[in-house]
Write a protein of this length. Structure first.
Length: 391
């Protein structure tokens, strides 16, 4: 299937393209680069604010929150135009795509203005405090406690893998508020400013290098968090989590399609085996775009097909990982050289997408883990598509 657009949708695309032509910051302003997923250079903050003010940051949002009440197809066109120009949507991706969206869905009016609007305008940055030592991404097993005390919650515990926490102004944090009920029913969500006494953030290096400081371990020692910072209902954090990870789910596959297209553009086959592998990349990209277009058409018609989105998640994330491995393997020993450039450095793109083949391959594993692991997605496919029984 291939989507075709009517005159109204094409006019929407042209309007956005004209906005980009006029307002994209010049390369000379983009010399300072982001150091983590919650670090936004000043030029990136200004650029995000310009998009917000013109309704082009998240077109599906209402105008007061950086959008123009756009349809799902208009949102698709918007992201495609950014991708075509290799413009990274936001240098605080979790803040934009998960945290602000969660506050807008579950927060109070005061929280929307105090936190969501500021995140969207690039005035503050946010990270997601979910994973814990010994629990990983198993939210139901979290042990960080939040005990009501007067007008506050007193928080104690630890988070791990908290991307960008050392540069973030606030953490959307999942905590246990009732230990005496079934695990998934005793979870709540708090907005915890990182400058509160008792919050300690320790960044640590990744497989890409000891100086690749994005991951953090975060400690909470008797941190007093105002009760007004509770997002959603008390002990209703499971529903907030489902919403947090569900935002933009209909368009999640687009990110994988973009990364796969980047790999196709940057990988240059030299022999018969390389060309055969390159052909597989092209076929995977075509399949992903066709299946994604079909799912998008169903979403535009009001049909919620969760299982189809799981298929897209598995196909997209694993196709990117396979293509990255092929590129690294073809480069041989030279592909392990790090740091290195495997594509032109683009001023408005994420630098991680043009670095060494080793790093591009190593980073591909995040796609098969974040947003629901491939194993979880396969369980969904088995039960909802194939009709297999639960074991």
């Amino acid at each position: 299937m291939q989507l075709t657009f009517d005159a109204e949708l094409e006019a929407f695309r042209q309007e956005f393209a004209a906005f980009l032509d006029e307002h994209v910051p010049p390369e000379a302003e983009t010399v300072e680069r982001a150091r983590s997923s919650s670090d936004m250079p000043e030029w990136a903050r200004r650029w995000q604010r310009v998009q917000f003010d013109h309704g082009w940051l998240l077109p599906g949002n209402p105008p007061e929150f950086g959008g123009r009440n756009a349809s799902i197809l208009q949102q698709y066109v918007h992201l495609r135009e950014l991708s075509r120009r290799r413009i990274y949507h936001s240098f605080n991706p979790q803040g934009l795509g998960i945290i602000a969206a969660s506050i807008l869905s579950f927060g109070t009016e005061e929280q929307k203005q105090e936190w969501a609007a500021k995140i969207l305008r690039g005035e503050i940055t946010a990270s997601l405090g979910m994973s814990e030592p010994g629990a990983g991404s198993d939210l139901a097993s979290l042990r960080t406690r939040a005990v009501p005390e007067g007008d506050d919650f007193v928080v104690n515990g630890q988070k791990i893998w908290t991307s960008g926490a050392h540069d973030a102004d606030v953490l959307l944090t999942f905590v246990r508020t009732d230990p005496d009920v079934p695990k998934h029913k005793g979870i709540s969500v708090l907005l915890i400013p990182t400058d509160l006494p008792g919050v300690t953030r320790r960044p640590f290096g990744s497989i890409c290098g000891k100086d690749d400081l994005d991951f953090n371990e975060v400690f909470f020692d008797d941190v007093r968090v105002p009760a007004a910072n509770l997002v959603g209902p008390l002990n209703g954090g499971w529903g907030v989590a489902s919403g947090s990870l569900g935002h933009e789910r209909n368009l999640l596959w687009l990110g994988f399609a973009d990364r796969l297209q980047d790999l196709i553009a940057d990988f240059h086959p030299t022999g018969p085996l390389d060309r055969d592998r390159y052909a597989t990349m092209l076929m995977d990209a075509k399949a992903l775009n066709l299946m994604g277009s079909s799912a998008l058409a169903r979403a535009a018609a009001g049909k919620n097909d969760v299982a189809a989105l799981s298929v897209l998640k598995v196909l997209g994330s694993e196709a990117v990982q396979t293509a990255s491995e092929v590129a690294l393997d073809t480069a041989g020993v030279g592909g392990l050289g790090h740091p290195a450039q495997t594509a032109p450095a683009l001023p408005l793109d994420n630098d991680n997408f043009s670095t060494s083949w080793f790093e591009r391959y190593a980073r591909s594993f995040a796609g098969t883990i974040a947003g629901g692991t491939s194993e979880v997605q396969r369980n969904i496919i088995a039960e909802r598509v194939l009709g297999l029984p639960r074991s």
